[in-house]
Design a protein around this ligand. Structure first.
Ligand code: 13P
Ligand code: SF4
Length: 310
């Protein structure tokens, strides 16, 4: 089927089934264009907590779909390809987490949403790239077990007086790890007036070259608000496509065209169509894990919402 025909059928199925398409910023353009709601991890969690639809089709990676399922036990949450699994989310094992909790009994456990639900169930609170320092600074504890992304831990450490203990020691995103400071410096030389927007999953030397360190949706907000006409972007290429589409008068230079998250790209229009047609693949989190994970996610949403209101 052609893109236009498939897209039309997806819109029809969504209406028939009262389904909402929640789409992460890294998805393929043709999927982005069909989104009922598009955003970063925090936006998707927030939105899934209040969506009116009976069915949620989450076009993102497994931890995003699990978060939507945890927040919506009464709804069906689907993912177009169940193999869309964020490798970073698998880097924090329960064994390592439990061992660290034993070793640091007074520390709070703050986990990036890029974790599996079973790990979230062991956390005090979750965070995303959009709110990590704010979450950590809202806690009473002076010591924080923080995982799994080592670079996000580094970013938070520079914005808090608390002691951040990264868990595991070398958690990373393979997409953001490929950016180098030399690549960014080269682009800065070529476009001296460009603003540099960097995702906090990038290495410290890369973050040090940023004008702004942003979650994916924060990049969009900044690009729209900024007087700059040119931007150097260090994150996955899907975000660059959205930035270009929504800011036609501005220019966006990706640090690397090859920064592609293969797992995010597993979803295709065909798979979105068959997911809605066949009501697959249902995302399930065991109720006892969901209940505990929900407490950590709700606490994050509560702190984030409180700060937005202040
Ligand atoms: P954002 O929450 O900033 O969209 O990041 C999610 C992610 O997986 C980045 O790689
Ligand atoms: Fe996971 Fe990195 Fe892909 Fe984000 S870009 S989903 S952190 S592998």
């Amino acid at each position: 089927m052609q893109v236009a025909e498939l897209s039309r059928k997806i819109v029809e199925l969504k209406r028939e089934q009262n389904a909402a398409l929640l789409v992460h910023n890294y998805q393929r353009t043709e999927i982005q264009l069909l989104a009922d709601y598009m955003g970063d991890s925090l936006d998707l969690a927030r939105h899934s907590a209040k969506v009116g639809a009976d069915l949620i089709l989450l076009c993102g990676v497994n931890f995003m779909a699990e978060t939507a399922a945890v927040l919506n036990p009464e709804k069906t949450v689907l993912i177009p390809d169940p193999e869309a699994k964020c490798p970073m989310a698998e880097q924090l094992s329960l064994e390592v987490l439990r061992e660290a909790k034993k070793k640091h009994p007074d520390a709070a456990v703050v986990l990036y949403v890029n974790t599996l639900a079973e790990a979230k169930a062991e956390a005090d609170v979750c965070c995303t790239s959009a709110n990590a320092p704010q979450i950590v600074n809202a806690l009473d504890e002076g010591e924080i077990l923080f995982g799994p992304d080592k670079n996000l831990a580094w970013y938070v450490q520079r914005r808090t007086d608390k002691k951040i203990i990264p868990l595991p020691e070398d958690g990373y995103c393979y997409v953001h790890r490929i950016f180098s400071a030399a690549d960014v410096a080269l682009l800065k030389e070529k476009y001296p007036r460009a603003e540099v927007l960097i995702h906090p999953e990038c290495d410290p030397e890369v973050q040090n070259l940023a004008d702004h360190i942003c979650s994916t949706s924060q990049m969009l907000v900044r690009a729209k608000a900024s007087p700059a006409k040119q931007f150097i972007i260090a994150t996955e290429i899907g975000m660059v496509e959205r930035l270009r589409r929504e800011n036609p008068g501005k220019e966006f230079m990706p640090v690397l065209e090859t920064a592609i998250c293969e797992q995010m790209k597993k979803h295709t229009l065909e798979k979105v169509y068959s997911a809605l047609r066949d009501k697959k693949y249902v995302v399930k989190v065991p109720p006892e894990i969901a209940k505990k994970a929900r407490a950590a996610i709700d606490r994050m949403l509560e702190i984030s919402g409180r700060a937005a209101r202040d």
